[in-house]
Design a protein around this ligand. Sequence first.
Ligand SMILES: C[S@@+](CC[C@H](N)C(=O)[O-])C[C@H]1O[C@@H](n2cnc3c(N)ncnc32)[C@H](O)[C@@H]1O
Length: 427
Amino acid sequence: MSQVTKIATPFQLMPDLPAWEFTALKESIKQHGVIIPIVRDENGTIIDGHHRDRACHELKIKDVPTITLAGLTDEQKRDHALVLNLVRRKITRKQMRAIISSELRRTPDISNQWLAEIVGSTDKTIQSVRKELITASEIPSLDAYRAKDGKRYPATRLYTERLKQSDRVRSALATLGDDAPRKPVSLKLLEREAKNKERTSQIRGRYRKPAEHAQVRLYHSTFQKLESVAQIEEDSVDLVLTDVPYNREFTQQFDDLAEFTARVLKHGGVFAVYVGVIQVADAIKSFARHLDYQATSFSSWLGAGPVIQPLQCVTQTTPILVFSKGKWTRTTRWYNCFHNSVAEQDLHEWQKPISDTEHWLLSFSDQDDLICDPCAGSGSTALACHRNERRFVGCDCDRDAIRLAQTRLSNEMTTKIKTTKLSLGKR
Ligand SMILES: C[S@@+](CC[C@H](N)C(=O)[O-])C[C@H]1O[C@@H](n2cnc3c(N)ncnc32)[C@H](O)[C@@H]1O
């Protein structure tokens, strides 16, 4: 819906501006642009700023600063509209009584105190208008009135400057519905949540506990419980290849992950872990307590990745830390950088391109080896193992991610995609 389209105005509660005031507003917008943003709900309906919108329409201005408030009840929108208008406008006594009268006709059961608070008047004035309306039989006389319930219903709040951006806000809000975050958010975050919801809604199939002797076993579990859930024996895994969440909260699980890995890995086995740029110091500290640090490697890509704040660092690499359990025993030569020419994120927010995963898998394991991914996400490691004749066991604590990974794998198995094995170190 366009910002300047003429639409129904259920929240225009105040009388139109006199012609001279409207002309002055228009002139000011022509000279200085729109200084106070227009407030719209998730459907694009204006809550505040009808005159600014009309002026922009007449001036053919398309890009208007907009605040979108989503998730408010109609009552809250009306309250919001009234408060904003009454604060800004000089209201005559007669106009104030007309507003009170229209509000009382609309909701006769609202208490005097609550309405006074909304319109910025006194209980006495409300009572006086109410009395007039009851005498004229325009509203009923009630025994009890509805007081403000004291609950707060926070709105999703977004500020945008361009027409296209506010269209994107409405589209993301339409996808999210009641799942929109009830707080001030950026367009980027809102779109990311909408995309995640879309991905989740596309997942088909139930979670199935894997068969005990299957070549690839994906469990819904935390890695802290995986050994008992999947019957993994100590010293049985050749490679733990994983990609952890790149946030500070997950850093608290580094010690658990290091202990888990040190238990399940065979002697000489390898632990290769993608970590966030900001996690490197903590990761090396935790993992090196249980395993032997060997190298830091990188996955890279062209173009701008996430920006690390407050460093203003635009990421173009993900570090991969490489450890071994005891002495390094592998003799295969490997390259410590893999360059990605394509992004693959259609399934999971943090999905790794399969060729990237394959590069590290082929570098640190051999055919028929047992590989473990304790933070499997959409199952990129599992799929790479299937394609490259390795056994796999892994898990994710997110049931939807595992359903998705299992579906991804069974699609691959049924459609028998021809895969070209990458040569080691292809970059
Ligand atoms: C970066 S993602 C992995 C993405 C994966 N490489 C892919 O290609 O889809 C990390 C995953 O770790 C999972 N996770 C976080 N804590 C976990 C835990 N304690 N046990 C198991 N999985 C966990 C998250 O749910 C998330 O899916």
